[in-house]
Design a protein around this ligand. Structure first.
Ligand code: BGC
Length: 814
């Protein structure tokens, strides 16, 4: 492969990798000349196949470098009001212009009367004392020759106050540079947003609008001078994760009037965002919108579970024809909107639902013959997306919406299969590093507001877990390199809290479980898991001493775990709950001879004690289905996944859930019971890996090697799954009918796979085809089919080694 990085479109002066004989087609690190601040670079690539045939060059792709040095920033942080503006003159239209902007908590940047870009609630929330993100916009086409105006609206967001930094770098023909920078020479005035708060909503008085304020020629003589404000302490970093955006617009499916003057709109779907209002009426009329996930029986909205969030937007009309408005600096989690104060009677077209979250691209798809699995997959999608707001949040509706680390790690694998999370989690991993204390401890929430330092070990584990998932899913070695020392510090911190190598401190344990498991066991499990991850990373990075140290520690922790929690009299761990037994099984902690017994106790508890139901909280359930699959009980995992009575995912669906709940119970009391938490969606990873069979070997990374082993269970007739991996698309599609199993598989370039073709029980006289060719007959592999290099008979399947390409396997037997 050859990579060449060009300064100008066709001039390879930055880097020419030359021809490299390697099948490393991803994560190739740049080794050319240093990159310069603010520049655009172009690159293209060509490759040679195994016959040494060269491809043509790709067309040029592009990327741009942010402002690399603090000194590149000449603008000043300003504030003093929630609207700021300036005007400037350009001798000609620019040939290139970039706006670099950070506005805390949130900003809306406008140039010559139009909003710049599609980002909302920008920039992503970070630990502002450590890091502040800025966005870069190409504004070339928004500026004109002559007078130009810049206007900015500011909201408080998570910063709790308002501050703006803008720098527009403009290049005119002939190379002349012009810069526009925020400074106290700008003008300031409080605008129509009279209050804004993430939890409480926004109030907007359209009578206070000053039309034309974001255009040139506006008379701002009545405006005050902007104030220089204290700069946030954190380092300025380019925002490199997908921004929060309005990604969809929903129409209400129903509207009713529980009391005169009170209108309730139903969007038919719980989601994160806000409502856009269309209204006509007299100046000063005030429309109030209150948001809810639930209803009372009488059709009014039930807001008990949003706790202390006021979650309400208020619009005061200017009285000027049809007015269309939506808030800028708040968001809500809701399905229902109660509208009061509406002049006249609203119709379904008076509201639109604006679906808002970090705009990550979908990368996975999973569909199965069993309808309930598709319904759960849908809940996972909505639940996951509603909880991506620059950070992964726990919920989107009540006065929380925090980066709870426990929720973050149990959902991470599912999220990475369903969406392109590479940039999002790269940023979040950095957030976690920013939240780490000098002694290595980390917080329950990142950025830290709720919860404690040090984190519950089942929450803090998000740091090693997510780094490790990143390695597995994206094969990004740099994420390991960048975090190794900090992860080691974290593990060493835990060690200081673990006398005799048993870590027992815990706050939440197997949170929201039906049968609680002692928190000490959960914490100690994650202590071992963290140490194992660290040992693996050390191995990947070639740090042999560290690998040996942490493998030894791993052995000691297991020994301590078994001593402390295994009860030889009962053959179970601790109290014998599902979680107590399944967690040690997941890490192979039980000694070989006890493993069968522990597995038996786990499955007995599920099947007989609980009539095939889960009793775990959100920690245990992440590992439950994978453990059952690993121990040959995919059938039971499937029965749990498709269960419809309480407690189960199906129970939520039966009760009308459109997103995943926080609790297994359908509790409608005032206490904690959000109806949009992502964490029970962790089974989504099992959908892809077990039912779709898209997985990697234990030490796999970046889909270099695949293990395609779909679980053909019970009444499941077919599954189709695909994932856009870093190496390209992996897909599987299987179906079965009596005497026949088909499996279509796509393996991306430079990858290979072991493909497990299951047979129905008791099939004899099996013949397997790939396309028209026979690859297995009379108990033997038949060589000669391109790409299929070997085949053996497994226990209840046939295992073939294949290279990249598309395969159609068909197994026929009697
Ligand atoms: C959150 C959870 C979180 C937990 C910590 C709750 O309020 O919503 O999802 O992990 O606190 O115990």
């Amino acid at each position: 492969m050859v990579l060449s990085l060009l300064r100008a479109k066709d001039q390879g002066d930055q880097w020419d990798s030359a021809k490299i004989a390697s099948d490393d087609s991803t994560q190739v690190v740049y080794q050319g000349k240093p990159l310069e601040s603010g520049r655009t670079y172009y690159w293209k690539v060509r490759w040679w196949d195994k016959e040494d045939r060269a491809s043509a060059y790709s067309s040029a792709a592009t990327f741009e470098v942010g402002l690399l040095d603090r000194d590149d920033w000449k603008a000043q942080w300003i504030g003093g009001a929630n609207q700021l503006r300036t005007e400037f003159e350009l001798a000609q239209a620019p040939v290139r212009a970039r706006a670099y902007v950070s506005g805390l908590g949130y900003y809306e940047l406008r140039i010559n009367g139009a909003k710049v870009g599609a980002n909302v609630l920008d920039p992503a929330w970070t630990t502002y004392s450590k890091r502040v993100l800025y966005s870069t916009y190409d504004v070339t086409g928004m500026l004109t020759s002559g007078r130009n105006a810049v206007g900015v609206m500011l909201g408080q967001g998570w910063y709790g106050k308002r501050a703006l930094l803008v720098q527009i770098e403009i290049e005119l023909a002939g190379g002349k540079q012009v810069a526009v920078r925020s400074s106290p020479a700008w003008k300031a005035k409080n605008g129509p947003i009279t209050s804004d708060s993430t939890y409480d909503g926004e109030a907007y008085d359209a009578r206070l609008e000053t039309p034309g304020w974001d255009r040139a020629g506006f008379d701002d003589s009545g405006w005050a001078a902007a104030e220089a404000v204290e700069a946030p302490k954190g380092e300025l970093s380019a925002q490199m994760l997908p921004a929060i955006q309005v990604v969809d617009t929903l129409v209400p499916v129903n509207m009713w009037t529980p009391h005169p003057g009170i209108y309730v709109f139903d969007f038919g779907q719980n989601f994160s965002g806000w409502a856009q209002l269309r209204v006509r009426g007299p100046s000063g009329a005030q429309v109030r919108m209150r948001f809810a996930e639930l209803l009372y029986d009488n059709g009014t909205i039930n807001r008990d579970n949003i706790e202390r969030a006021k979650s309400r937007d208020t619009y005061t009309l200017k009285g000027d024809g049809v007015e269309t408005w939506e808030p800028r600096f708040t968001y809500h989690g809701f399905r229902y909107v109660e509208v009061t104060g509406f002049p006249g009677a609203p119709g379904l077209d008076s509201l639109r639902g604006r679906v808002v979250h970090s705009a990550v691209e979908p990368t996975g798809s999973f569909v199965a013959s069993k309808q309930i699995l598709n319904q759960i997959q849908r809940l996972i999608h909505w639940g996951q997306l509603s909880n991506l707001f620059g950070i992964p949040t726990d919920c989107d509706q009540r006065n929380e919406r925090q980066g709870w680390m426990g929720d973050a790690h149990v959902t991470a694998e599912e999220a990475m299969l369903n969406f392109d999370m590479a940039a999002f989690y790269s940023n979040f991993v950095r957030d976690m590093r920013d939240a780490q204390q000098p002694d290595g401890e980390i917080s329950d929430t990142v950025p830290h507001i709720y919860g404690s330092y040090p984190a519950d070990p089942a929450w803090g584990t998000a740091y090693p877990q997510i780094v490790w998932y990143m390695w597995q899913q994206y094969g990004d070695r740099r994420v390991l390199e960048e975090n190794f020392d900090n992860l080691k510090k974290y593990v060493e911190f835990l060690r200081t809290r673990a006398p005799a190598n048993v870590l027992t401190y815990s706050y939440y344990g197997d949170w929201v479980a039906i049968e609680p498991t002692p928190g000490a066991l959960v914490s100690d499990f994650f202590f071992d898991y963290d140490v194992q991850i660290l040992a693996h990373i050390a191995k990947v990075l070639g740090k042999a001493d560290d690998a040996a140290t942490y493998l030894k520690l791993d052995t000691d922790i297991r020994e301590g775990f078994n001593k402390k929690f295994f009860n030889p009299d009962t053959g179970s761990y601790s109290t014998g709950t599902q979680t107590a037994n399944l967690l040690p099984l997941f890490l192979d902690i039980p000694p070989e001879k006890a493993r069968g017994g522990v597995t038996w106790r786990l499955t007995t508890d599920i099947v007989y004690t609980h009539n095939t139901h889960v009793t775990t909280g959100f920690i245990g359930v992440k590992y439950l289905l994978p453990v059952l699959t690993r121990f040959g009980r995919s059938d039971l995992a499937y029965e749990l996944a498709t269960q419809t009575t309480y407690p189960s995912w199906g129970f939520m669906i039966a009760r009308g859930a459109t997103t995943l709940w926080e609790l297994w119970q359908d509790k409608t009391g005032p206490a904690m019971n959000s109806h949009n938490h992502a964490m029970f969606g962790s089974l989504g990873a099992w959908f892809y890996q077990a039912l779709g069979g898209i997985a990697q070997p234990d030490d796999g990374a970046g889909y270099r090697h695949l293990r395609i082993d779909p679980q053909v269970v019970e009444d499941l007739r077919w599954v189709s799954a695909s994932v856009e991996t870093v190496r390209g698309r992996v897909s599987t599609s299987w179906s079965r009918s009596p005497g026949r199993v088909t499996l279509e598989v796509t393996i991306p370039p430079n990858s290979d796979a072991k493909v497990y073709i299951p047979q129905e029980e008791q099939m004899t006289d099996v013949t397997i085809y790939e396309g028209d060719r026979v690859i297995w007959e009379r108990g033997q592999f038949v060589p000669g089919t391109p790409g299929v290099t070997a085949g053996v008979k497994g226990h209840d399947d046939f295992i073939f080694d294949v290279g990249s390409g598309h395969y159609s396997f068909r197994l026929a037997g009697e």
